[in-house]
Design a protein around this ligand. Sequence first.
Ligand code: IMP
Length: 175
Amino acid sequence: MITINELQFKEYISAQEIAELVKTLGTQITADYNDKNPLFVVTLKGSFIFAADLIRSVAIPCQVDFLSASSYAGGTESKGELTLLSALPNVRNRHIILVEDIVDTGLTLSKLVSLLQNEEPASLAVATLLFKPEVCKFTLPLTYVGKEIPPDFIVGYGLDYAEYGRNLPDIYVKC
Ligand code: IMP
């Protein structure tokens, strides 16, 4: 059990299980994108640790870019609006793999997907470590999903509560 800003969290997904999930996704992407020179577009901040591991598990030439978006603003529930904090990467005619830490309501991703689609990529797929299908309100191109989870609030492995907990190697769930 750990405490972050007076909320209690218990261990939920071990670092070892995370590593296995990431390796499986990397193997799938390697097989699907051979000769396609994919561009990974990593959404900050939450995806930075997942992306670092995912990209190292992909064994084909690829490139990486970043974009910064925010929807939670320090709480434990999605605010229902998205703030884009950086410019969009150049995705035209590229095979894009959008890297997300977690899909909750799907609002963040649905907005990012439509912004990127407007820029006419050759293709667009999403790789997310975690997905909360019970609360997702949008139809999304979730080609690579590490694990489906219930709609609980989690921290660790890049995911934060009020900007804390990103450094935890395991993933924890709110008690
Ligand atoms: P959505 O727009 O509701 O799908 O929320 C997506 C974003 O909210 C993710 O990229 C995360 O940054 C954040 N988020 C969603 N669920 C959680 C959670 O359980 N813990 C921490 N952050 C979360």
